[in-house]
Design a protein around this ligand. Structure first.
Ligand SMILES: C[S@@+](CC[C@H](N)C(=O)[O-])C[C@H]1O[C@@H](n2cnc3c(N)ncnc32)[C@H](O)[C@@H]1O
Length: 248
């Protein structure tokens, strides 16, 4: 299921290829620079470790000690333990953990849908960015969840997800909220960030039979890239990726 562009490059999958394309363009703006990167809710380091391997200094703030232990093992195995810092903490308490206006690139992937309140977390992300620094934010999409529940026969859940202001389906939902393009962009704008790009991630990947997804992995990655920036496909992706910047 993976396409690997080179020995030092991150593995490219339908889950990661579009996000890496956007991040690569940002890294290429300052090719020789060692960037200060913060990954909030970075988990086991799927993005942090490749970024450290690319020569950047990465701090991962995550609430889970288990995830951070796995991150540290992964960083050591990759030979980049000295460039990866693991910090246990909450995304909305960043101000006490990270110096304000000190970060070039902040990642917050698959976190805003699980925190108590996303607004203070996004505000904290904006606060740690240097002027001109960039934010990579990945959130769960509501439309894909509605379609997925309906196609599996759960029309009641699909209706609840479509109607709920937060895009959640009651107490048994594993996520607290999901986003539309407009609601996600508004959340970032309210924190003073300028949204530069919005892509859909996993437009097709979750809809295909495994035999197709695995058997035509390279073609799927290419098709995901092609559809990612274009409505209506972008808007029905399982995740929405927003790339934003703190004004210089
Ligand atoms: C779904 S995982 C995403 C991991 C990684 N960002 C990725 O995209 O693969 C969510 C991560 O966010 C962390 N997390 C959840 N709530 C958090 C919070 N309030 N502050 C910091 N991390 C949090 C979890 O421990 C977990 O590692």
């Amino acid at each position: 299921m993976e396409q690997t562009p080179g020995p030092a490059g991150p593995p490219l999958t339908p889950r990661t290829a579009v996000v890496w394309s956007v991040l690569r363009a940002e890294l290429d703006r300052r090719p020789a620079a060692e960037l200060t990167v913060l990954d909030v809710g970075g988990g086991t380091g799927g993005f942090a470790v490749p970024l450290a391997r690319a020569g950047h200094r990465v701090t991962v703030v995550d609430a889970s000690p288990d995830a951070l232990a796995a991150l540290s093992r992964r960083a050591a195995e990759a030979g980049v333990a000295g460039r990866v810092r693991a910090v246990q903490g909450d995304g909305d308490a960043l101000a006490g953990l990270i110096e304000p206006a000190s970060v070039d690139l902040v990642l917050c992937h698959a976190v805003l849908e699980v925190v108590d309140d996303p607004a203070p977390v996004v505000s904290a992300l904006a606060g740690v960015l240097r002027p001109g620094g960039a934010a990579s934010v990945l959130v769960a999409g509501r439309a894909a969840a509605v379609l997925g529940r309906a196609m599996n026969g759960h029309l009641d859940v699909a209706a609840a997800l479509a109607a709920d202001p937060a895009g959640a389906a009651g107490a048994r939902d594993t996520l607290r909220r999901r986003f539309d393009v407009e609601s996600a962009a508004a959340l970032l704008a309210a924190a003073g960030l300028t949204v530069e790009e919005i892509h859909g991630v996993r437009v097709l990947a979750d809809l295909l039979p495994a035999a197709v997804a695995d058997g035509q992995a390279a073609a799927l990655v290419e098709l995901e890239r092609t559809l990612a920036a274009r409505a209506p496909w972008r808007d029905v992706a399982a995740q929405l990726h927003l790339f934003a910047r703190r004004p210089a």
